[in-house]
Design a protein around this ligand. Structure first.
Ligand code: C2E
Ligand code: MG
Ligand code: MG
Ligand code: MG
Length: 283
Protein backbone atom coordinates (compact mmCIF):
# COMPACT_ATOMS: atom_id res chain seq x y z
CA UNK A 1 0.00 0.00 0.00
CA UNK A 2 2.73 2.40 1.04
CA UNK A 3 4.74 1.66 -2.11
CA UNK A 4 1.86 2.22 -4.51
CA UNK A 5 0.50 5.24 -2.75
CA UNK A 6 3.82 7.01 -3.18
CA UNK A 7 5.29 9.60 -0.89
CA UNK A 8 2.05 11.48 -0.30
CA UNK A 9 0.13 8.35 0.53
CA UNK A 10 2.82 7.38 2.98
CA UNK A 11 2.72 10.77 4.68
CA UNK A 12 -1.05 10.54 4.93
CA UNK A 13 -0.70 7.10 6.43
CA UNK A 14 1.83 8.31 9.02
CA UNK A 15 -0.33 11.30 9.82
CA UNK A 16 -3.44 9.22 10.41
CA UNK A 17 -1.39 6.81 12.51
CA UNK A 18 -0.31 9.76 14.61
CA UNK A 19 -3.90 10.91 15.07
CA UNK A 20 -4.88 7.44 16.23
CA UNK A 21 -1.88 7.14 18.56
CA UNK A 22 -2.46 10.60 20.00
CA UNK A 23 -6.13 9.90 20.75
CA UNK A 24 -5.16 6.59 22.30
CA UNK A 25 -2.65 8.31 24.62
CA UNK A 26 -5.16 11.00 25.57
CA UNK A 27 -7.75 8.37 26.39
CA UNK A 28 -5.30 6.39 28.46
CA UNK A 29 -3.96 9.27 30.53
CA UNK A 30 -7.43 10.68 31.20
CA UNK A 31 -8.90 7.28 31.94
CA UNK A 32 -6.25 6.80 34.63
CA UNK A 33 -7.80 9.65 36.62
CA UNK A 34 -11.42 8.96 35.76
CA UNK A 35 -12.36 7.05 38.91
CA UNK A 36 -10.81 9.55 41.35
CA UNK A 37 -12.28 12.49 39.46
CA UNK A 38 -15.70 10.88 39.68
CA UNK A 39 -16.08 10.97 35.92
CA UNK A 40 -17.58 7.50 35.63
CA UNK A 41 -21.25 6.77 36.05
CA UNK A 42 -23.71 4.04 35.19
CA UNK A 43 -26.87 4.15 33.14
CA UNK A 44 -29.47 1.43 33.40
CA UNK A 45 -31.47 0.06 30.51
CA UNK A 46 -34.69 -1.84 31.26
CA UNK A 47 -35.24 -5.41 30.14
CA UNK A 48 -38.89 -6.29 29.70
CA UNK A 49 -40.58 -9.62 30.28
CA UNK A 50 -42.85 -10.32 27.29
CA UNK A 51 -45.30 -12.40 29.36
CA UNK A 52 -45.99 -9.78 32.01
CA UNK A 53 -44.97 -6.54 30.25
CA UNK A 54 -42.94 -5.71 33.33
CA UNK A 55 -39.41 -4.51 33.85
CA UNK A 56 -37.70 -7.67 35.01
CA UNK A 57 -34.16 -6.39 35.01
CA UNK A 58 -31.76 -3.70 33.91
CA UNK A 59 -28.36 -3.72 32.25
CA UNK A 60 -25.74 -1.44 33.79
CA UNK A 61 -23.96 0.52 31.06
CA UNK A 62 -20.84 2.51 31.81
CA UNK A 63 -20.63 6.19 30.95
CA UNK A 64 -17.51 8.36 31.00
CA UNK A 65 -17.69 12.11 30.95
CA UNK A 66 -14.09 13.27 30.84
CA UNK A 67 -13.34 16.82 31.86
CA UNK A 68 -10.79 17.09 29.06
CA UNK A 69 -12.31 14.94 26.32
CA UNK A 70 -16.01 15.31 26.97
CA UNK A 71 -18.31 12.31 26.60
CA UNK A 72 -16.49 9.21 25.38
CA UNK A 73 -18.36 6.08 24.27
CA UNK A 74 -17.64 2.78 26.02
CA UNK A 75 -17.14 1.32 22.56
CA UNK A 76 -14.04 3.51 22.36
CA UNK A 77 -12.70 3.49 25.90
CA UNK A 78 -13.41 -0.08 27.07
CA UNK A 79 -10.82 -1.51 24.64
CA UNK A 80 -8.26 1.02 25.89
CA UNK A 81 -9.09 0.14 29.48
CA UNK A 82 -8.77 -3.51 28.53
CA UNK A 83 -5.33 -3.10 26.90
CA UNK A 84 -3.89 -1.00 29.69
CA UNK A 85 -5.25 -3.06 32.54
CA UNK A 86 -7.28 -0.09 33.76
CA UNK A 87 -10.33 -2.27 33.29
CA UNK A 88 -9.49 -4.04 36.55
CA UNK A 89 -10.24 -1.09 38.88
CA UNK A 90 -12.95 0.21 36.52
CA UNK A 91 -14.66 -3.17 36.29
CA UNK A 92 -14.58 -3.54 40.04
CA UNK A 93 -16.07 -0.06 40.42
CA UNK A 94 -18.87 -0.95 37.98
CA UNK A 95 -19.74 -4.17 39.81
CA UNK A 96 -19.80 -2.46 43.19
CA UNK A 97 -21.77 0.57 42.02
CA UNK A 98 -24.33 -1.51 40.10
CA UNK A 99 -24.97 -3.82 43.06
CA UNK A 100 -25.13 -0.90 45.48
CA UNK A 101 -27.66 0.84 43.22
CA UNK A 102 -29.83 -2.25 42.97
CA UNK A 103 -29.94 -2.35 46.78
CA UNK A 104 -30.81 1.37 46.95
CA UNK A 105 -33.83 0.75 44.72
CA UNK A 106 -34.91 -2.17 46.89
CA UNK A 107 -34.56 -0.04 50.02
CA UNK A 108 -36.76 2.59 48.34
CA UNK A 109 -39.42 -0.10 48.14
CA UNK A 110 -39.26 -0.56 44.39
CA UNK A 111 -39.98 -3.98 42.85
CA UNK A 112 -37.04 -6.36 42.96
CA UNK A 113 -35.30 -6.59 39.60
CA UNK A 114 -32.19 -8.24 38.17
CA UNK A 115 -29.02 -6.23 37.73
CA UNK A 116 -26.94 -7.25 34.71
CA UNK A 117 -23.25 -6.28 34.66
CA UNK A 118 -20.96 -6.61 31.63
CA UNK A 119 -17.67 -8.37 32.28
CA UNK A 120 -14.52 -7.65 30.30
CA UNK A 121 -12.04 -10.17 28.94
CA UNK A 122 -9.54 -9.49 31.71
CA UNK A 123 -12.08 -9.62 34.49
CA UNK A 124 -13.34 -12.95 33.24
CA UNK A 125 -9.81 -14.37 33.00
CA UNK A 126 -8.90 -13.38 36.56
CA UNK A 127 -8.67 -16.21 39.07
CA UNK A 128 -10.07 -13.96 41.78
CA UNK A 129 -13.26 -13.05 39.89
CA UNK A 130 -15.57 -15.27 41.88
CA UNK A 131 -14.08 -14.01 45.18
CA UNK A 132 -14.55 -10.44 44.04
CA UNK A 133 -18.15 -11.02 43.03
CA UNK A 134 -18.85 -12.72 46.34
CA UNK A 135 -17.22 -9.87 48.28
CA UNK A 136 -19.24 -7.22 46.44
CA UNK A 137 -22.45 -9.14 47.15
CA UNK A 138 -21.55 -9.38 50.84
CA UNK A 139 -20.54 -5.72 51.09
CA UNK A 140 -23.59 -4.36 49.30
CA UNK A 141 -26.12 -6.88 50.60
CA UNK A 142 -27.57 -7.58 47.16
CA UNK A 143 -29.32 -10.98 47.08
CA UNK A 144 -27.18 -13.17 44.87
CA UNK A 145 -30.02 -14.19 42.53
CA UNK A 146 -30.45 -10.51 41.59
CA UNK A 147 -27.04 -10.30 39.95
CA UNK A 148 -26.51 -11.35 36.35
CA UNK A 149 -23.11 -11.37 34.67
CA UNK A 150 -22.83 -10.86 30.90
CA UNK A 151 -19.95 -12.45 29.06
CA UNK A 152 -19.32 -12.77 25.34
CA UNK A 153 -18.58 -15.93 23.38
CA UNK A 154 -15.13 -14.75 22.37
CA UNK A 155 -14.06 -14.31 25.99
CA UNK A 156 -14.45 -18.04 26.46
CA UNK A 157 -12.89 -19.36 23.28
CA UNK A 158 -9.19 -18.96 24.17
CA UNK A 159 -9.52 -21.43 27.00
CA UNK A 160 -12.78 -23.32 26.82
CA UNK A 161 -11.97 -25.71 29.69
CA UNK A 162 -10.93 -22.89 31.97
CA UNK A 163 -14.01 -20.88 31.03
CA UNK A 164 -16.37 -23.76 31.76
CA UNK A 165 -14.73 -24.03 35.18
CA UNK A 166 -15.01 -20.30 35.84
CA UNK A 167 -18.67 -20.32 34.84
CA UNK A 168 -19.35 -23.24 37.17
CA UNK A 169 -17.68 -21.44 40.07
CA UNK A 170 -19.74 -18.30 39.37
CA UNK A 171 -22.89 -20.35 38.97
CA UNK A 172 -22.20 -22.04 42.32
CA UNK A 173 -22.41 -18.62 43.97
CA UNK A 174 -25.96 -18.36 42.66
CA UNK A 175 -25.54 -15.52 40.17
CA UNK A 176 -27.23 -15.64 36.78
CA UNK A 177 -25.15 -15.87 33.63
CA UNK A 178 -25.90 -14.52 30.17
CA UNK A 179 -24.03 -14.68 26.89
CA UNK A 180 -24.01 -11.21 25.38
CA UNK A 181 -23.98 -10.31 21.66
CA UNK A 182 -24.81 -13.91 20.85
CA UNK A 183 -24.35 -14.92 17.24
CA UNK A 184 -21.51 -12.53 16.47
CA UNK A 185 -18.68 -14.50 18.07
CA UNK A 186 -16.65 -17.54 17.26
CA UNK A 187 -18.12 -20.05 19.62
CA UNK A 188 -19.42 -23.33 18.35
CA UNK A 189 -22.93 -24.44 19.21
CA UNK A 190 -21.46 -27.61 20.67
CA UNK A 191 -19.91 -25.61 23.50
CA UNK A 192 -23.20 -24.07 24.46
CA UNK A 193 -24.46 -27.16 26.20
CA UNK A 194 -21.35 -27.24 28.38
CA UNK A 195 -21.76 -23.68 29.65
CA UNK A 196 -23.88 -23.43 32.81
CA UNK A 197 -25.68 -20.32 31.59
CA UNK A 198 -29.21 -19.00 31.98
CA UNK A 199 -29.70 -16.78 28.99
CA UNK A 200 -28.63 -15.82 25.48
CA UNK A 201 -28.80 -12.22 24.36
CA UNK A 202 -29.41 -12.04 20.61
CA UNK A 203 -27.15 -9.35 19.20
CA UNK A 204 -28.70 -6.12 18.00
CA UNK A 205 -27.20 -6.61 14.52
CA UNK A 206 -29.72 -9.43 13.89
CA UNK A 207 -32.68 -7.61 15.37
CA UNK A 208 -32.23 -4.41 13.34
CA UNK A 209 -33.36 -6.03 10.08
CA UNK A 210 -35.18 -9.02 11.52
CA UNK A 211 -38.44 -8.12 9.77
CA UNK A 212 -36.91 -7.28 6.39
CA UNK A 213 -33.89 -9.56 6.01
CA UNK A 214 -34.82 -13.27 5.78
CA UNK A 215 -31.28 -14.21 6.81
CA UNK A 216 -31.45 -12.23 10.03
CA UNK A 217 -34.91 -13.63 10.68
CA UNK A 218 -33.59 -17.18 10.25
CA UNK A 219 -30.61 -16.59 12.50
CA UNK A 220 -32.79 -15.05 15.20
CA UNK A 221 -35.29 -17.92 15.00
CA UNK A 222 -32.48 -20.46 15.13
CA UNK A 223 -30.90 -18.85 18.19
CA UNK A 224 -34.24 -18.83 19.99
CA UNK A 225 -34.86 -22.48 19.07
CA UNK A 226 -31.42 -23.64 20.21
CA UNK A 227 -31.74 -21.67 23.45
CA UNK A 228 -35.13 -23.13 24.23
CA UNK A 229 -34.00 -26.66 23.42
CA UNK A 230 -31.15 -26.22 25.88
CA UNK A 231 -33.50 -24.81 28.50
CA UNK A 232 -32.16 -21.26 28.18
CA UNK A 233 -34.07 -18.04 28.10
CA UNK A 234 -33.60 -15.40 25.37
CA UNK A 235 -33.28 -11.62 25.50
CA UNK A 236 -33.37 -9.65 22.25
CA UNK A 237 -31.14 -6.55 22.21
CA UNK A 238 -31.73 -3.35 20.29
CA UNK A 239 -35.49 -3.59 19.76
CA UNK A 240 -36.51 -0.27 18.24
CA UNK A 241 -39.70 -1.03 16.32
CA UNK A 242 -43.12 -2.51 17.01
CA UNK A 243 -42.71 -4.89 14.06
CA UNK A 244 -39.54 -6.33 15.61
CA UNK A 245 -41.39 -6.79 18.87
CA UNK A 246 -44.21 -8.62 17.07
CA UNK A 247 -41.70 -10.94 15.39
CA UNK A 248 -40.04 -11.72 18.70
CA UNK A 249 -43.36 -12.33 20.39
CA UNK A 250 -44.40 -14.69 17.64
CA UNK A 251 -41.19 -16.65 18.12
CA UNK A 252 -41.55 -16.83 21.90
CA UNK A 253 -38.57 -14.68 22.85
CA UNK A 254 -38.82 -14.15 26.63
CA UNK A 255 -37.34 -10.71 27.10
CA UNK A 256 -36.63 -7.56 25.12
CA UNK A 257 -34.37 -4.57 25.56
CA UNK A 258 -34.12 -1.53 23.32
CA UNK A 259 -34.97 2.06 22.56
CA UNK A 260 -38.60 1.10 21.82
CA UNK A 261 -39.08 0.81 25.58
CA UNK A 262 -36.31 2.93 26.99
CA UNK A 263 -32.83 4.24 26.43
CA UNK A 264 -30.32 3.60 29.20
CA UNK A 265 -31.41 5.85 32.09
CA UNK A 266 -29.86 7.56 35.09
CA UNK A 267 -30.60 5.77 38.36
CA UNK A 268 -33.27 8.28 39.44
CA UNK A 269 -35.09 8.12 36.12
CA UNK A 270 -35.05 4.34 36.19
CA UNK A 271 -36.47 4.46 39.72
CA UNK A 272 -39.27 6.70 38.50
CA UNK A 273 -40.11 4.34 35.64
CA UNK A 274 -39.99 1.33 37.96
CA UNK A 275 -42.10 3.06 40.57
CA UNK A 276 -44.76 4.29 38.19
CA UNK A 277 -47.28 1.57 37.37
CA UNK A 278 -45.23 -0.90 39.42
CA UNK A 279 -42.78 -1.43 36.61
CA UNK A 280 -45.36 -2.22 33.95
CA UNK A 281 -44.44 -0.98 30.53
CA UNK A 282 -47.12 -0.27 28.00
CA UNK A 283 -46.23 -2.35 24.95
P1 C2E B 1 -23.63 -4.30 25.14
O1 C2E B 1 -23.27 -4.92 26.45
O2 C2E B 1 -24.06 -5.21 24.06
O3 C2E B 1 -24.74 -3.21 25.48
C1 C2E B 1 -25.80 -2.88 24.64
C2 C2E B 1 -25.50 -1.62 23.87
O4 C2E B 1 -26.56 -1.40 22.94
C3 C2E B 1 -25.45 -0.35 24.73
O5 C2E B 1 -24.52 0.54 24.14
C4 C2E B 1 -26.87 0.19 24.58
O6 C2E B 1 -26.97 1.56 24.85
C5 C2E B 1 -27.12 -0.12 23.13
N1 C2E B 1 -28.54 -0.21 22.81
C6 C2E B 1 -29.54 -0.72 23.58
N2 C2E B 1 -30.73 -0.68 22.95
C7 C2E B 1 -30.49 -0.12 21.74
C8 C2E B 1 -31.33 0.20 20.62
O7 C2E B 1 -32.53 -0.02 20.60
N3 C2E B 1 -30.72 0.77 19.54
C9 C2E B 1 -29.38 1.03 19.52
N4 C2E B 1 -28.87 1.60 18.43
N5 C2E B 1 -28.57 0.74 20.55
C10 C2E B 1 -29.12 0.17 21.65
P2 C2E B 1 -23.41 1.31 24.99
O8 C2E B 1 -23.96 1.70 26.32
O9 C2E B 1 -22.80 2.33 24.11
O10 C2E B 1 -22.35 0.16 25.29
C11 C2E B 1 -21.64 -0.42 24.24
C12 C2E B 1 -20.84 -1.60 24.70
O11 C2E B 1 -19.82 -1.19 25.62
C13 C2E B 1 -21.65 -2.64 25.46
O12 C2E B 1 -22.37 -3.46 24.57
C14 C2E B 1 -20.56 -3.37 26.19
O13 C2E B 1 -19.92 -4.28 25.34
C15 C2E B 1 -19.58 -2.24 26.50
N6 C2E B 1 -19.82 -1.80 27.90
C16 C2E B 1 -20.70 -0.88 28.39
N7 C2E B 1 -20.60 -0.78 29.73
C17 C2E B 1 -19.66 -1.69 30.11
C18 C2E B 1 -19.09 -2.08 31.37
O14 C2E B 1 -19.48 -1.62 32.46
N8 C2E B 1 -18.10 -3.03 31.34
C19 C2E B 1 -17.68 -3.61 30.17
N9 C2E B 1 -16.71 -4.52 30.25
N10 C2E B 1 -18.18 -3.27 28.99
C20 C2E B 1 -19.16 -2.33 28.95
MG1 MG C 1 -24.19 -6.26 27.58
MG1 MG D 1 -24.95 -6.88 23.78
MG1 MG E 1 -22.89 -5.06 21.86
Amino acid sequence: YVKHAGKNGYELFVKSMNVVAKRRLELESNLRKAIELNELSLNYQPQIDMQTNRIIGVEALLRWHSEELGFVSPVEFIPVAEETGLITPIGEWVMREACAQAVRWQVQGLPEIRMAVNLSVRQFAKQSLEKQVNQVLLDTGLPVHCLELEITENMMMDDVEGSVETLHRLKALGVQLAIDDFGTGYSSLSYLKRFPIDRLKVDRSFITHVTTDPGDASVTQAIIAVAHNLGLSVTAEGVEEESQLAFLREHSCEEVQGYLFSRPLKADDLAELLGSNNGYIHL
